[in-house]
Ligand binder design. Structure first.
Ligand code: MV4
Length: 507
């Protein structure tokens, strides 16, 4: 086992990896930018190395500087977390070339899944179902028209190099295809420097369901089952859960098998995720593979009981997986809310400021993965995710009730957050019934934003009512006039100390 691991990341995921290291008796090395000089991951790691100014292009994206930090501190391996350098083939290669271990897949597997069309071709060859469509770049609108006609409308034009929905256009009928192709190509060229666009049949109203896989260096590859990630806005997930209400045992087995096949075909090792669209008829289509640990990995950890980060480290160190597929028995329900510093009432505008007060939910079945503390400065240099609030409970209904309770316990002051919006989501009838798909949140958005928590004036009215009640109870009571019934007394009078404290609080 490694004696020391460097974590090439920040925030909650850096802390997550540091925690795994500490539990395994491994020393951890943090890296940090100017903005993160006082961050929790820097304090919690055994050592920390400053790598540059706040912008990530001058710090967390500097592979050479990070490898130098590992060399300088004697770390033997680098965990990339998610985002930043985690899916850069060149970084995985550079780490290996420096005589260090990359805690993630081989550079070749990152490359094999690197483009949408490469992943599609690989999956097709491996017998993994993909959305009907092509892989070759379209030459012109005439060709696009011909192919679209053979699949039938609607079709989706996709950038081969795409990601995050860039260079994607839905085409409802033939009259739209010339303009759609031109704009998809233009957007792809701008975003990826590659204007290759191909055609797929457009799947209407699917869910986004992904399969977590875990493979060791000895040829074992397991499916750790699905996560339901349909509740998203502009390709940013807001809630993830495991399992999915739409996945039957038969679908789970079938999707798990094809995810393992796709991963094996790519020569995959370590933790990875195969993304699928699952339609209302139970048909599933492989989309792409995320060659990293994902933000939402905790929901899988909670239902499988497997510590993904510890296993990532053990696999990278050459250990064999001790479980077989039959040993993976999901238990209960897990749900995650991504609490962000965004203001839902102003179009999810990122909010900045200093965290002035923080009360973190605890109690049964609650997990809080976060990098923020009282005093943290939330700026615009990095992702707006402040924390992941994750719960586990025996059933989905119990998990929703628990998440609602935990969100009520949560207080973050100093920045606007998505907390109230998440509360409204937990109260929504569609969400509670599991009636969700990838467009559901965008359609629901305005209704949820307009469902405001009690207005300020109502809170003030409640405080005044409480104050009046407390004053009446505290003031001496006039003796009842003779012949009149005695004034009613409260059943149990709070002590003078309690009353004094309450009056103080109300003041
Ligand atoms: C699709 C699709 C419908 N039909 N492909 C969006 C980004 C990329 N990961 C793939 N995406 C989609 N591909 C076909 N043939 C709908 C989406 C899609 C989507 C997928 C997953 C999660 C959220 C999404 C939001 C909008 C569209």
């Amino acid at each position: 086992m490694f004696k020391k691991v460097l974590i090439a990341n920040r925030g909650e995921i850096a802390l997550r990896v540091i925690r795994a290291c500490r539990e395994m008796g491994i020393k951890s090395v943090a890296v940090y930018s100017d903005a993160d000089a006082h961050a929790a991951h820097v304090r919690e790691a055994d050592e920390a190395v400053h790598i540059g100014p706040s912008p990530s292009a001058q710090s967390y994206l500097l592979g050479d500087k990070i490898i130098a930090a590992a060399k300088q501190t004697g770390a033997e391996a680098i965990h990339p977390g998610y985002g930043f350098l985690s899916e850069r083939e060149w970084f995985a290669r550079a780490v290996r070339d420096a005589g260090l271990v990359f805690i993630g897949p081989p550079a070749e597997a990152i490359a094999a899944m690197g483009s949408k069309t490469a992943a599609r071709t690989l999956a097709t060859k491996a017998g993994v179902p993909v959305v009907p469509g092509t892989t070759e770049a379209l030459k012109d609108a005439a060709e696009a028209r011909k192919i679209a006609k053979s699949f039938g409308y609607p079709v989706l034009l996709k950038a081969a190099a795409g990601g995050g929905g860039k260079g994607m256009r839905v085409v409802r009928d033939e009259s739209e295809i010339t303009d759609a192709l031109a704009s998809a190509q233009r957007e792809a060229k701008n975003a990826f420097g590659d204007d290759a666009v191909y055609v797929e049949k457009y799947i209407v109203g699917p869910r986004h369901v992904e399969i977590q896989v875990l493979g060791d260096q000895h040829g074992n590859m397991l499916s750790l089952n699905e996560r339901e990630c349909s509740v998203q806005r502009r390709h940013q997930k807001m809630i993830e859960e495991a399992p999915s209400v739409a996945v039957t045992p038969a679908i789970r087995k079938a999707m798990g098998d094809v995810a393992v096949k796709a991963a094996k075909a790519a020569g995959y090792v370590n933790a990875g995720t195969c993304e699928f669209l699952l339609d209302a008829d139970g048909n599933y289509y492989f989309l792409e593979m995320n060659t990293r640990l994902q933000v939402e990995h905790p929901v899988t950890e909670l239902v499988t009981g497997i510590d993904l980060v510890q296993w990532q480290i053990r696999i990278a160190a050459g250990e064999k997986l001790p479980f077989r597929q039959e040993d993976i028995v999901p238990r209960g329900w897990a749900m995650e809310c991504r609490i962000t510093s965004e203001d839902p009432s102003s179009g999810f505008l990122p909010s900045t400021g200093k965290v002035t007060f923080l009360h973190v939910p605890t109690g049964p079945g609650v997990r809080w993965d976060s990098g923020i503390e009282v005093g943290s400065e939330v700026g615009l240099f990095y992702d707006p995710m402040l924390a992941k609030l994750i719960v586990w409970a025996p059933t989905r209904d119990d998990a929703i009730a628990r998440m609602h309770r935990a969100l009520l316990e949560l207080t973050i002051e100093g920045v606007e957050t998505s907390r109230d919006f998440h509360l409204r989501l937990m109260e929504d009838d569609d969400f509670r019934a599991g009636r969700i798909e990838i467009q559901w949140l965008e359609r629901k958005l305005q209704t949820l934003v307009d469902t405001k928590p009690p207005k300020e004036i109502e809170k003030k009215a409640a405080v005044i009512a409480a104050l009046i009640a407390e004053r009446d109870r505290s003031s001496p009571r006039r003796p009842a006039a003779s012949g009149q019934p005695a004034a009613p007394q409260p059943a149990a009078q709070p002590s003078a100390w309690t009353q004094a404290a309450r009056l103080d609080g109300l003041r």
